[in-house]
Design a protein around this ligand. Sequence first.
Ligand code: GCU
Length: 438
Amino acid sequence: MRPRAPFLAVALVAAMTTIPPRSAAAQPGPDGFNYDESKVGTYTLPELLVGPDGAAVTTPEGWRTAARPRWLALLEAEAYGRILEPVPVTAEAVERGTGPDGMRRVQARLRLGHGPDAPTTEVLLYLPAADAVPTDHRLPTFLHLNFGGNHAETADPAVRLPRGWVPNGKDTGVTDNTAREASRGTLARRWPVARLVGRGYATATASYADLFPDRADGRPASVLPGMGYAATDAEARPDEPGAIATWAWQLSRILDWLVTLPEIDPRRVIVVGHSRLGKTALWAGAGDERFAMVVSNESGCGGAALERRDFGETVKRITTAFPHWFCPRYAGWADRAAEMPFDQHVLLAMTAPRPLYVASAAEDLWADPRGEFLAAVAAEPAWRLFGRAGLGTDAFPAPDTPVGHSIGYHVRSGAHDIVEWDWERFADFADRALAPRP
Ligand code: GCU
């Protein structure tokens, strides 16, 4: 028999340094984890509607002033690390041009903080052609971080290449962590710009690697040391922010810029994320209530999926393979999920009463689709406090059948990915949930 340990080690290294490819249909995830529903066991989730003193919360006011701050502080301390403070944002090297199909394109390098050494992130934004929208109309906007660099998300030849580290990946063909022209458009299936813009949305993206390179030893090369946080993992405090917190901060700083643009509706910016960036979108929406709606696509463990369900990825595996994503204290919950003072329904509830969409893929067992759905069911009481219907069902839906009200959910047939069909459903949901009210 082949020894398992060396194989696993190789798989982990590969997972840490490359863009996750589409998983093959017959392969739900790594070996040695549970993919059998009959072996999940029973569990009890922490009560959601309680304040710091353990007293029941029964009103929107109680949620805002007692339950929500309590849970947010706990998630900061135990999972994602402290929320990073805002800094002034300055747009440099702004380019305005015309993209495919007459769409307006804006590129801007955002300098985050003061001085020439302050970090930057490069944002790409598409808007409908000026004559396609009424004058003074302000657009609802989808914002997401991407894995391969802005130029990989679209075939538009004018889109600038990232200047720093990018992950290696099969799709992009990158093997030396350096962005290349040949990657242009290789991940375009993940961002159907023309469809979104055609439906009346603006849509913006930036490379997630701009501020924290996604590798276990990424902290020293990240923006964190320059912001007064630890320069090495050894120095990091138990609640030190990690990569997810940094990526969430990037999203908020991009939002700071978006809301200054006359074309964008500052009250209708939607944060979207796939996979590790779905975990990030949830955390960004938790910490920054200016995001009007949150979309988690196949975020799984550390994202939308309940940890108390033993199915697919575990806290132990994620904190071993990706120690840099979370705060150091999170690793202490490996093998102790049942004792965690929170579960992921709490993270989902941080979006309440704003609209939330959770999406899974049927073959993506590693991310535990049913666990993502059940977390949304368990988060629903937070919306009900506000008189909102939430998901409105506890029956796991058939593939490709969106359900829900203020919480939307679908399980798409197929493998781990974010594709046009997913985005169309996010837009359907946003059309309803963010429609301007009279
Ligand atoms: C790995 C990891 C997941 C993560 C995924 C991704 O599979 O275990 O937690 O969501 O990568 O980001 O694609």
